[in-house]
Design a protein around this ligand. Structure first.
Ligand code: GLP
Length: 239
C-alpha cells in the first residue's frame, strides 16, 4: 500500500526558505541572519531554526563560526565524468583557472608509470608538479608524467597555462579519453600547506591515464582535489 507523502515540517519549510535566500541573494562569505531574528521572522522556536541550519551545514551550504554566526560556504565545484582538462572545468564554471608551477623535471618513467604509458622504465618522462587554482584559490595539486619521446622539448615550454592545450598546439596530441580512478584520502602536511588548508583534511585522489586521438597513452597523472570544494557527479542508468 502506498504511504501518504510526509507533510513538510516547519524545519523543512525554513530550510527551503534559507536555501532560496542562499542561492538567490547571498554570496559566499555572507552572514546569515541570527537564530533569534530568524525565529522571530518565521514565528518558530530557536530549536527549529537550529535544526534547519544543522541541515544546511551538513549539506555544506553554510558553516558556523563560534561566537560570530553562520556564513554561506564557497560554492562546491561539481565535476561531471566527462573528459575535460582543469582549465576547461574552471571556464565552464565561470572561474579563472590558474597554475603555480612547483617543478618540472626529466625523470626515468619507472616501472609503474612506464607500464601505464607502454614505454620502458628507463625511458624519459617530463614530471610536472603544479598547484591548480580557481579565482586564485588553490584547488588541486597535480603531478603529470608525459613521455618525452612524444613531446620532445616540453620542459622548455611555458608550463603555467593549460598542459592539454600546449600538447595540442605544439605536438598535435589531442587528449581524448582516460582511464581514471577516484578515491578518498587525507592531505599530508606539505600537501595541505600547498592547498592552504588543514593537514589531514579530506581530499579526493584522482589517478588518470590519458590517451590521445590515436590511442597512445600520453599522460599519467595524480590529482589531489580539496575534499571541501569538490564533488563528482555521475549519470547512471540501468544496464
Ligand atoms: C585534469 C586532469 C589532469 C590533466 C589536467 C590538464 O586536471 N586530472 O590529468 O593534466 O586536467 O589540465 P590543463 O590542460 O588545464 O593543464
Amino acid at each position: 500500500m502506498a504511504t501518504a507523502p510526509r507533510q513538510p515540517t516547519k524545519t523543512d519549510q525554513l530550510k527551503e526558505h534559507l536555501y532560496r535566500l542562499i542561492s538567490n541573494q547571498l554570496r559566499p562569505g555572507d552572514k546569515l541572519p541570527t537564530e533569534r531574528d530568524l525565529a522571530e521572522a518565521f514565528g518558530v522556536s530557536r530549536l527549529t531554526v537550529r535544526r534547519a541550519i544543522d541541515r544546511l551545514e551538513s549539506d555544506r551550504l553554510v558553516f558556523r563560526v563560534q561566537g560570530a554566526g553562520t556564513f554561506v560556504s564557497e560554492r562546491p565545484i561539481t565535476k561531471t565524468i566527462d573528459f575535460t582538462s582543469f582549465t576547461e572545468d574552471m571556464h565552464s564554471r565561470g572561474l579563472a583557472p590558474g597554475s603555480r608551477l612547483l617543478d618540472a623535471v626529466e625523470v626515468p618513467a619507472g616501472a609503474r608509470i612506464g607500464f601505464a604509458l607502454s614505454i620502458s622504465p628507463a625511458d624519459p618522462v617530463a614530471r610536472i608538479r603544479r598547484v591548480r587554482m580557481a579565482d586564485n584559490t588553490p584547488m588541486c595539486l597535480e603531478t603529470s608524467h608525459v613521455p618525452l619521446a612524444l613531446a620532445p622539448g616540453l620542459l622548455d615550454l611555458p608550463l603555467d597555462g593549460s598542459l592539454y592545450a600546449l600538447m595540442e598546439s605544439q605536438y598535435r596530441i589531442r587528449p581524448e579519453r582516460a582511464d581514471q580512478t577516484i578515491r578518498a584520502t587525507v592531505l599530508e602536511p606539505e600537501e595541505a600547506e600547498l592547498l592552504q588548508t588543514m593537514p589531514l583534511s579530506p581530499a579526493l585522489l584522482v589517478e588518470r591515464t590519458a590517451f590521445d586521438q590515436r590511442g597512445r597513452a600520453i599522460e599519467v597523472a595524480k590529482s589531489l582535489y580539496r575534499g571541501d570544494r569538490y564533488s563528482y557527479q555521475i549519470a547512471i542508468e540501468r544496464a
